[in-house]
Ligand binder design. Structure first.
Ligand code: GLU
Length: 544
């Protein structure tokens, strides 16, 4: 067969040659690590795709490398409107730093595959010319027939060996079919032997034995667009990707991909196949599903107000479990100071656990200063709860003081896992909400001696006392009124006391804050101050 003639027949109007294209792509700097995230524009970013993009960005950036986005939209049926825009917006919202990509720019574009049609064709032309690719004219029905025969004979399914009829066509037959307008695809003329295995070293999974590829897979589809297999090989080569980090569902395609790199006579990148995020479902474990699991959607976190940084810290513990210890033990720990390793990644499923995410998020919140937290919650409340937002901006100083309760100390509070928790745990310190009947308060028990609480504030409480003086004075006062100064004392001789210090504090909590549990009362009283304390006490007196 005259392959040169075949190539010209298939691509009579080639606009650029492979060499001309290659000349347009500058070589990346020696040693530069280049990774990418290559989503199909099929909708919003979800936890699975965020994880994949985060892993790729982390491995590039920890080596001062480049992380780029490439949109894989060669499957026109799966495209959704504004798909590219949606993905880019979501990545930005999740604070993933992207160095190159569509709408971002870079020297290695276009970064959208459907805009690279001529590039793929030039490379297919090159393969045809060398005898490594050929057209195949089977209809869907004919292909189905082949599959039926293979099933009957219990043979492997696919287009290979004796089943690859397209291989046997003569140039003349091909010419006739093309003249007749018969649709065709262009296939790889595979050079492998399925019975021969080769060793492949994956960055995550280590050494694996794989069969050599003998499948004449499709390179260019009938619409002239490439398949994933071919497009990613061309793009990762031209764009200088050094590490292809992708879902492990692609691991079995490695023989095809390596063969393509070999036939194109270019160096293959390293591959890191990452296992999917999974979730516990009763006794079993299954893949996290964007259709069924609320925690797979990024909107779930946005509504709750779990910030991107907290999510990333949790995802970092999924990449390398030893990140958790590092983060727990060092309050200045940050993702960019940690050296992630492929070989420490899970080779099976990666269990995604909301409880754990909350735990990491609480730790993250506990390390923020009150002012930082105040700045961070403003845009959240502006969007999701404008009336609380109004209070936050009306009382900035007080709000920061409220946020600072049990914060910026050695063992800060850890009860905020999200921005929405901030309001849940502090609404009662705003009079506008406290005196609003829609906000549920703990009922006053018959046993509460509110007269005694009022007397305490009249006679003893001083706003200016330091914590120790305040507590000593409180204990003296209650002791004078028959309360035990400690719970222990009370438990030893319950008959001697009316109640104990804990009970007195409960009366303060319920009558002033409407809650059985609060952070440190001393700090809360300092925020409220006398005037507001009396206002609240009076309200409860009218309830009696
Ligand atoms: N577009 C492919 C996918 O969404 C990307 C795989 C890869 O990263 O190479 O699965």
């Amino acid at each position: 067969m005259d392959y040169q003639k075949l190539a010209t027949l298939l691509f009579p109007n080639l606009s650029m040659t492979r060499e001309e294209i290659e000349a347009q792509y500058p070589k990346r700097k020696d040693g530069l690590v280049v990774t990418r995230f290559a989503p199909s524009p099929t909708g919003f970013l979800h936890m699975g795709s965020l994880y994949a993009s985060f892993v790729s960005s982390v491995f590039a950036h920890q080596a001062n490398g480049i992380f780029y986005i490439r949109i894989e939209d060669t499957d026109q049926k799966r495209k959704v409107e504004d798909g590219v825009q949606k993905i880019l917006t979501d990545l930005k919202k999740e604070e993933i730093v992207v160095d190159e990509g569509p709408m971002i720019g870079g020297e290695y574009g276009p970064y959208i595959q459907s805009e690279r049609k001529e590039i793929y064709q030039a490379f297919v032309y090159d393969l045809v010319q060398k005898g490594y690719a050929y057209p195949s004219f089977e209809t869907e029905d004919e292909l189905e027939q082949i599959r039926m025969i293979q099933k009957e004979k219990k043979d492997r399914i696919g287009y290979y060996g004796i089943y690859a009829k397209g291989r046997t066509l003569s140039l003349q037959e091909i010419e006739t079919f093309i003249k007749m307008g018969k649709p065709y695809v262009i296939r790889l003329k595979a050079i492998g032997d399925f019975d021969k295995k080769f060793e492949f070293k994956d960055c995550v999974k280590g050494k694996i034995m794989l069969p050599s590829n003998d499948m004449d897979i499709v390179l260019l589809k009938q619409d002239g667009l490439p398949t994933y297999h071919f497009a990613h090989v061309i793009d990762d080569y031209l764009m200088g990707t050094t590490h292809v980090i992708r879902g492990d569902e692609w691991l079995s395609s490695i023989p095809i991909h390596l063969q393509l790199f070999r036939l194109l006579e270019v160096k293959a990148p390293k591959y890191a196949h990452i296992s999917p995020l999974t979730k516990k479902d009763g006794e079993s474990v299954r893949k996290l599903s964007k259709r069924y699991d609320k925690e797979c959607s990024m909107e779930y976190y946005q509504k709750l107000g779990i910030p991107p940084k907290a999510i990333q810290l949790y995802l970092a513990t999924l990449i390398n479990p030893n990140f958790e210890n590092y983060y727990l033990s060092d309050k200045n720990a940050c993702i960019s100071n940690f050296q992630f390793e492929y070989r420490k990644m899970s080779t099976g499923g990666t269990l995604f656990d909301l409880t754990k995410l909350n735990f990491i998020s609480k730790l993250y919140f506990s390390r923020l200063t009150a002012t930082e937290l105040y700045q961070m919650i403003l845009p959240y409340y502006e969007e999701y709860d404008p009336s609380f937002y109004q209070l936050l901006i009306q009382y900035p100083k007080e709000s920061i003081a409220i946020l600072n309760v049990e914060r910026e100390i050695k063992k800060p509070r850890k009860d905020f896992a999200s921005f929405s928790d901030v309001k849940k745990e502090s609404w009662y310190l705003y009079d506008e909400l406290y005196f609003n009947s829609e906000y549920q308060k703990e009922p006053i028990k018959d046993t509460y001696d509110l007269a005694l609480v009022t007397q305490y504030f009249d006679e003893v409480f001083k706003e200016t006392d330091d914590k120790e003086t305040w507590y000593c004075a409180l204990k003296e006062f209650i002791s004078d009124h028959g309360y035990a100064k400690t719970v222990k004392e009370y438990e030893q001789y319950p008959e001697r006391y009316v109640d104990h210090v804990g009970d007195f504090c409960e009366m303060i909590r319920v009558s002033l804050f409407g809650r059985l549990e609060t952070p440190d009362i001393y700090e809360l009283l300092k925020i409220l101050k006398k005037e507001r304390i009396y206002k609240r006490l009076q309200q409860y007196e009218t309830l009696l």
